[in-house]
Design a protein. Sequence first.
Length: 635
Amino acid sequence: MSRSHNKLITSVLGLTLLMYGAGGFAALKSGDVIPSFQANGSDGKAVSEKNFSGQTPGVLYLYKTEGCDSCQNGLVQLKEVGSQFKDDLQIVAISKDKADAMGATFPVATGDADIFKNFSASLLPTTYLVGPNGKIMKIVQGGGKNMGDMLASLAESQLQTKKPEKAKVLFLKASKAGDSVVARAGVAYSTLKEGNVSEAENSFKEMAKSQDKQLAMQGKEGLAEVLFQQGKNDEALKVANEVLQQDPNRAMANLVKGKTLNAKGNKAEAEKALVMASAETSTSDFSWQKAEANLAMGNMQLQGKNSNIALKSFRKASDHNPYFAEALSNEGVALKDMGEPEKAMEVFQKLQKVDPSDKLVHSLLRQAQAAIAQKQDLERQKYIDGLVKDLLQQFKDNKAKPAPADDWTSPAMAISILGFQNNDNGSSLMGRIGLEGILQDELTQALQAQGVKVVDRAIIDKVLQELKMGSSELADPDTALKLGKIMAAHFITTGSFFNTGKKNLVNMRLVDVETSNIVLSLSESEKVDPTEVAPKFAKAIRDAIVEKYPLKGRLAAVEGDTIIVNMGKKHGVTKGQKFNVLADGEPIMVRGKPIPRQTKVGTVEITEVDEDIAYAKSLDKSGNWTKDQKIIQKN
């Protein structure tokens, strides 16, 4: 057999071992789901892949007890981590020979040979970092200095789940264990994500001075991000470009470059930088950096109406960081806006599992469910289409709703929320999209909880869609009023939402459709949470309406103890409200002209409310009460 033939056989065997591992099974890789397994724990309880079925980051540590000092050292490290982070990491250790828990706070089990074959764990120890639903995020083979890599990976999982203070502790441990370069950068980024910008800046500056080229490059990347967050775009761009001169494929440097160019209005060049940042060939020290690069790319593509490309970017972001709520949220919003609410619902449900504490997911789920229901309800669609057709004709003819026959009785106290104009002009690439829609939905829910009727959003959206009218057109007060007048609403709300990713500003105006007067102006700044802002705005709106527009109506019937008033739920009447009953008194003469005067002749309290009428009981009464007698809400 020739020497060249021997080399060929050796190469093929080597490639086969790389692909399939020593046991003949396909080698696992990041993105795979961990194989099924079962082992008996030292405490008598069985462990299996079901230990990693939740959302908490998991660690599966395969090792052996005899003849492997690095295995034992790794187990000691994990025990220390397990005791500190038992609520933040799900750890399982399986030994190839006799296992000894030795005080571990996590399951330690003895596994048979099949487990190690299925995992192709030919080199021990082997550590698997496991993400949501048993998906492998990273594999670390070997002990010794490789334990630093393992600890750094565990630290990153804490950054991904938005626990920077815990990530910092683990990065410091990783640094001591041998992964000093990446771990040092991890400590600085954890500090930055904690909000300690000046401390992070000092750390990155020190790193940038290092003689170690890799550490210096990481320091400059971090410093560029700090400068961007401080609003120093020119300086951030300069430092990012210094990194890219050394390595054009650095994901973080390209991301900072893209964000700064975008903030400066150079969107074409910004997109080029983001293409480099999000490319599969880009290099990064942390997977969350590539996740953020893909999020920015997706948000930019949505601004350019490239929804399909945006979806791919959001999904890549989730692949790099399966706990990335912003990527899942934006993917779902994009799907809903593309007319695929069923797919959006699936994504939002995944988001809810990944981050149950996410405050906005309930609103997103509610919007998707409403869109699905409307899509399936053909009768409702037919009703809305017919109603919208009439409204559009009224808008075209510039006709308002007809004046009420009774100029005393309050009209139905309905509010038409015309939405919030998004005014960020594309300056933010890192935030969640659709926050203005979430705020509209949350405000609707909060107003309804306050007993205020809100015009169906599906009708408003359909009208705006047919008129091809966006938020910029709605910013025109005359247009907004014209729309309000055909919506059979007494009030309209308009507003704007500005999102920079770090700071938000929202303002809103409540306008009386009949008089065009601004009834109320509200604003909220800093980090706006729609779930907190909406109830505050709703209460202020309700209070302003009650104060400035006391409900007025008439007695529809007075028969013994039965009193009926001509207003109900749609007018804003609620159980327990009190109304003064009025009668015409002697007019007051002013400059020779009689001015009508009303005098109080009793009080009623609402006991039961229907849609159009309400029932009341008398609290005090003087004189005769008759049908059509005026009543007014008592302060």
